[in-house]
Structures are given as structure tokens and as C-alpha cells.
Design a protein around this ligand. Sequence first.
Ligand code: PMP
Length: 355
Amino acid sequence: MLRKWRANIRKVEPYIPGEQPKGEKIIKLNTNENPYGPSPMIRQVQEDPENLRLYPDPAAEDLVNAIAAYHGVDRDQVFVGVGSDDVLAMAFLTFFNSWKPILFPDITYSFYNVWAELFRIPYKRPELAQDFRIRPKDYYQENGGVVFPNPNAPTGICEDLDFIRDILDHNTDVIVIIDEAYIDFGGRSALELLPQYENLLIVRTFSKSRSMAGLRIGYAIGNPELIRAIQDVKYSFNSYTMNRPSLLLGTVSLKDEAYFKETIDKIISTRTWFEREMKHLGFSFPDSQANFIFATHEKIPARDIFEAAKAAGIYVRHFSQYRIDNYLRITIGTDAQMKALLSFLETYISEWERR
Ligand code: PMP
């Protein structure tokens, strides 16, 4: 029987998050989590369960103030949400309302096109150059908005401030969103450009450098007019986005700068030696300023390595997407985890060569 109601169901092709396998022995290098855990300071605080009967502060004032103080901006320049995914989705809904297509690279965070489809925002995806760099000229055309991560994901390539300035100078009539999910791992933030560009929105997360992916905290910083607009959209959708434990623990984690720096330095130094070892094994990859590398092997197809590693309990990420299906995105874990991966790869590659 023909069911007429089917015609009214929204059909979307959802974003597919990386697997979250369970098991103690698994080495999980597939979703860019931070191996070191959040600041130990958060162990000293706990939300009183009695308070859980109360709604959280809809304005998330404590967390907003702490983020504003941390970055030296005003509190009316900060918007918080349930991970940067929520912040980005709200930003798409708020700022991309033109009939002109928004622009983002063909190879980038694969949630952008999902939100564009969901919200029926027209979009174009200019191709990255052969070396996976963004070609600024592609962003000189008329558009309804611009969004890209810096460093880009999954390539790990970070552009400098001159590059960001150039994009902004050519896009003064639209909102430009820079997704800085991975900026703490070596890149230079565009935050210092905010005073000069009122159409710039910077999105950040606690999931990677602050190691709090499980709490879901993201934020945006921009000029107060943009922040008011995105807040209006949020309050038209769900007032209580942030839960009480997240508000409390997120605020506390911002106080522990020493731990934050120490764990980031560890990840960067692990990345440096891991890259060296990977080159010896025949891998190549763009220079990464993120907590992952995007690697391809000179002989062995990425999918084969991905499957074999998974069978051995080591999870990395493989995207079955045109242009990047011969690459693996490998999160930087602890030294011990990376050593385990390297020793797996060494054995796998030598067996492969003997075949
Ligand atoms: N932006 C980019 C580029 C990402 O890779 C991710 C992680 N999947 C996010 C945003 C979202 O992260 P979260 O929602 O955990 O803040």
C-alpha cells in the first residue's frame, strides 16, 4: 500500500561518527580523542546530585565568563553549546540564510555538507589543491558564507593568519566561520583578528586539547551582534543545551593551564617522533598541526591496513571518499599506543612484502 505520509518525512544522509568500540585491550586512534584525560582538578569538584532536580543555567554564565576571561574577550562575545557540533549546527542555521551557496573544501569535516543538506542551505565544495592545501582564490567568488577548519580535517594542514586575512578580505559581505577544533596542537588562532573583522566567527571545542569529548562542550567567539543572533536561534530551539556537570567541570578545567600545556606538549612531541617513524615505514603525509596525521603508504592500500589494524585491535579512521580513500587518519595517542601501532605496521608491511 502506498503510504502517503512517507512523502513528508525528511530524508537525510546522516554524518557517520567514528566507531566507539568497547574492550580494554583496544587501542583507539580513530576519533581524535586526547589520551591523557582532563585536568585532575575536575576530580576535586562534583555537581551535588541534589541540584540535578534543577534546570541548568540557560545562559551558562559561569562557563561563558570563564571562557571570556581565558581568551581575554568580553562575555557577550561568547556562545556555548553541546560540543562544537552543536555550535556549528546553530551557526549554520543562524548565519547561512542566503540563496547563494556557502563554500567549504571538498575534503574537510564531513559534517558540513550534512548540516547544509539538513537545513537546505545551498553549498559548493571547491577542490583542495593536489597537495591538499585550500586554494584561496576559490573563495573569491560570490557566496552565502564560508566555513572551514583550521587546521583542516582530516588533512591536519594549518594555514597562517595572512591566509585567513586574505579569505576575510575577499568575503566581507558574509559570515566566515573558522572551525578551530584542533588549533591548540601547534597552529596560530585567528582570535586576534576578531577586532578587525566583525563577520568572523571562531568555533572551538573542549573535546580535543582539553580532553573532555564525553562532556560535550563547544563554543564560538565573535562580535556581540553575531553572538546575540546565534543565541536567539538557540533559545528558539532548546534553552537548556548545556547540562549542569558540563557547566561546572568545563569551568574548572579552564583553571588548570599547566596541565593543559603539559599534555599538549606531550602530544606534539609524540607526533614528531611518530611522523619520523612512519616515514621510515614508507608512509607520507602532509605536515600536521593537529592531534592526528593523515597518512598514505607507498605500496599498500589504506583500506587493507585499516582492516588489518582493526582485526588486531587498533582502530584508526578510513574514509571511503573520492581522493582520500588511500589515506588513514591516525590520532596521536600515548607513546606506548603509537609504539604498538608502529610494531603492528612493521610486521604487517614485512609480511605484505613477502607475499
Ligand atoms: N570540527 C571538526 C573539524 C572536528 O573534527 C570535530 C570532531 N568530530 C568537531 C568539529 C566536533 O567536535 P565536538 O562536537 O566534539 O566539539
